[in-house]
Design a protein around this ligand. Structure first.
Ligand code: DX5
Ligand code: ZN
Length: 226
């Protein structure tokens, strides 16, 4: 595998009235990545968190890696706000109409890692021009907007295609998969080439099962890794 295997729990799947507790649970599980789903009510039919939430969580959990998924019609207008707030990686979708190359440049100029995202109905080909520029490609395995939906197997073919392209093009971008991940389907995603796994519902309901299905570091208890 090109990259380390990471689980990036989505705080959308945690208790909305206690986001800090959700991040604590992620930290206590021995994980570093936190997936933050940002929705604008236009690109997706739902609203969620803004840069203020990232800022508050990053100042409380400075060592955690904030993996920020922007589901916005105009993500280019918010890069500086999320970069200043403390996002470590900022992913933008390929579907809306905005200057994608310039936006990826802005993310890098701000000293952050970048990602490009494809929806279930978007062919992988649409992300190809950006592959040499990005640190991560996010493959949606549900139509974005809501947690708790079922995994769409169309994502598996896309993960395989991206893993092949990564090798052919001699690149090292991460392949992340997001939506409907369970301990039952995570192994297939990993065997196809995904190295970064987003999970909301499954992590907050059955996190230990998911971590063991992934074969990653065990739950930390009493400050020690078992
Ligand atoms: C969907 C979001 C996902 C979602 C994952 O718009 O991008 O991150 O919250 O949640 P589960 O794991 O519940 O599908
Ligand atoms: Zn997401």
């Amino acid at each position: 595998m090109v990259n380390s295997l990471e689980l990036s729990p989505s705080i959308l799947g945690g208790d909305a009235a206690n986001l800090a507790e959700s991040v604590s649970k992620i930290e206590e599980a021995g994980l570093e990545w936190v997936h933050v789903d940002v929705m604008d009510g236009h690109f997706v039919p739902n609203l969620s968190f803004g840069p203020g939430v990232v800022k508050a969580l990053k100042s409380r959990f400075p060592k955690m890696f904030f993996d920020t998924h922007l589901m916005l019609d105009n993500p280019n207008l918010y890069i500086s706000a999320f970069a200043k707030a403390g996002s470590d990686l900022i992913s933008v979708h390929v579907e809306p109409d905005y200057p994608v190359f310039e936006t990826l440049d802005e993310i890098h100029l701000a000293g952050k890692k970048s990602g490009i995202v494809v929806n279930p109905k978007t062919p992988v080909g649409e992300a190809v021009p950006y592959l040499p520029k990005v640190d991560l490609v996010l493959v949606m395995s549900v139509q974005p907007g809501f947690g708790g939906q079922s995994f769409d197997p169309v994502a598996l073919e896309k993960i395989s295609a991206l893993a092949e392209l990564r090798e052919e093009m001699k690149l090292s971008f991460r392949i992340e998969v997001d939506g409907g991940i369970t301990s039952g389907n995570v192994s297939e995603c990993i065997s196809r080439g995904a190295d970064t796994i987003v999970a909301g519902t499954e992590f907050f309901k059955r996190g230990e099962d998911l971590i063991s299905a992934m074969g990653i570091r065990k739950i930390i208890s009493g400050g020690k890794t078992r």
